[in-house]
Design a protein around this ligand. Structure first.
Ligand code: SF4
Length: 353
């Protein structure tokens, strides 16, 4: 079997990866293959992680040759990989066929491994506390470029990826079609076989996307990066809030929890003097009443040109303790890992050379 780590990023051919069953069936139709061929290819690509069609050993050789000659094996190439001895977190820089670059972060743990994937080159939403937001938006990633981040890391790290979070570069719900296609492949038992509860889409509050998640019953969890429970402050931190106020956002979140019979996670990054006061905790608690939810308190990781300061340890403690006292759902504090290599939440940015 040939080595699947040898990446052949060919910009003149479309990648085979990133296609779901429907796409594959359409691609193979002119070849007059039996219908089970689609399922076989699907399993090779996503279940086994074999990207070279010449290795699809249960298929006729002419068909394998046809695939090898007409499709690229990859959609991304590893430009560099940097790992931290302190946290074991690994940051990947992926190069795309047009030379654009995105980052992904591998966070290994004793009994699980989480991959944080990017969904766009840059981001249009421009949240003030996010390094990616300062890059502006370049383009959406294709479904192949999204799934290849996972296939590449799975192969390179030689570890099972148990959790996938769409928390890398970009607002995943603004690239809905490609992201939804990949979520289904991730969750498919013949694909990557990752449980629905281990796939999370994190949004800054793009309500049209939440409505599509509900309509499609997409097999994933939902996290909302809140910024502030105050519309005015939130609008200053996150331009998307000028379009979608909190009452609408929480109504959409509640509808999602009912449809999916799940709780929504509120990601709350503490910014010193901005959203870490007792009144912020009380307001947050009030706004979440009646919504099955969990609050995840995050440490701010200042990226290049940071405009905010991280809340002190004492202030973080006070805020968390107050929320734990008044909020009826779980309150967790996410231990930030990877900031020593610029791989922590909010730090993903490509420095201009
Ligand atoms: Fe975009 Fe998310 Fe950063 Fe906001 S937090 S700018 S949505 S990547």
């Amino acid at each position: 079997m040939s080595n699947s780590s040898i990446i052949n990023l060919n910009d003149s051919l479309p990648p085979l990866i990133g296609n779901d069953r429907t796409d594959l069936a359409a691609l193979f139709a002119p070849e007059q293959q039996p219908s089970f061929r689609t399922e076989q290819v699907f399993k090779w690509l996503y279940g086994k992680g074999i990207r070279d069609p010449r290795d699809f050993s249960n298929m006729p050789k002419p068909f394998r040759t046809h695939l090898a000659e007409n499709f690229s094996e990859s959609a991304v190439e590893v430009e560099y990989r940097t790992s931290s001895d302190v946290s074991q977190v690994v940051k990947y820089l992926f190069r795309l066929v047009d030379g654009k670059k995105v980052e992904g972060v591998w966070i290994p743990d004793r009994d699980r491994g989480t991959l944080c994937v990017s969904s766009q080159v840059g981001c249009a939403l421009g949240c003030e506390y996010c390094a990616t937001g300062s890059m502006g938006f370049t383009r959406n990633l294709t479904s192949g470029e999204i799934i290849d981040q996972l296939l590449t890391v799975r192969y390179r790290e030689n570890k099972l990826i148990t959790h996938v979070v769409f928390m890398g570069m970009g607002e995943p719900l603004q690239n809905y079609d490609a992201v939804a296609k990949i979520v289904r492949i991730l969750n498919d038992p013949a694909g990557c076989a990752i449980a629905r509860r281990h796939i999370t889409i994190s949004t800054a509050g793009w309500i049209p996307g939440i409505e599509r998640l509900i309509a499609d019953h997409l097999p994933c969890r939902l996290a909302i990066s809140l910024g502030s429970p105050d519309d005015e402050i939130r609008a200053k931190l996150m331009p998307v809030a000028q379009r979608f106020p909190l009452t609408d956002l929480f109504a959409a979140a509640k509808a999602w929890t009912s449809e999916m019979d799940d709780h929504v996670t509120i990601e709350y990054t503490l910014l010193a003097g901005v959203n870490d006061r007792p009144e912020d905790a009380k307001k947050l608690n009030k706004m979440l009443m009646g919504i099955p939810s969990k609050i995840n308190i995050l440490t701010y990781n200042p990226g290049p040109d940071a405009r905010f300061e991280r809340s002190s340890g004492a202030q973080t403690e006070r805020f968390t303790t107050l929320l734990e006292e008044i909020f009826c759902g779980p309150v967790t504090r996410r231990i930030s890992r990877g900031d020593e290599i610029g791989a922590a939440c909010g730090q993903l940015v490509l420095l201009k050379k």
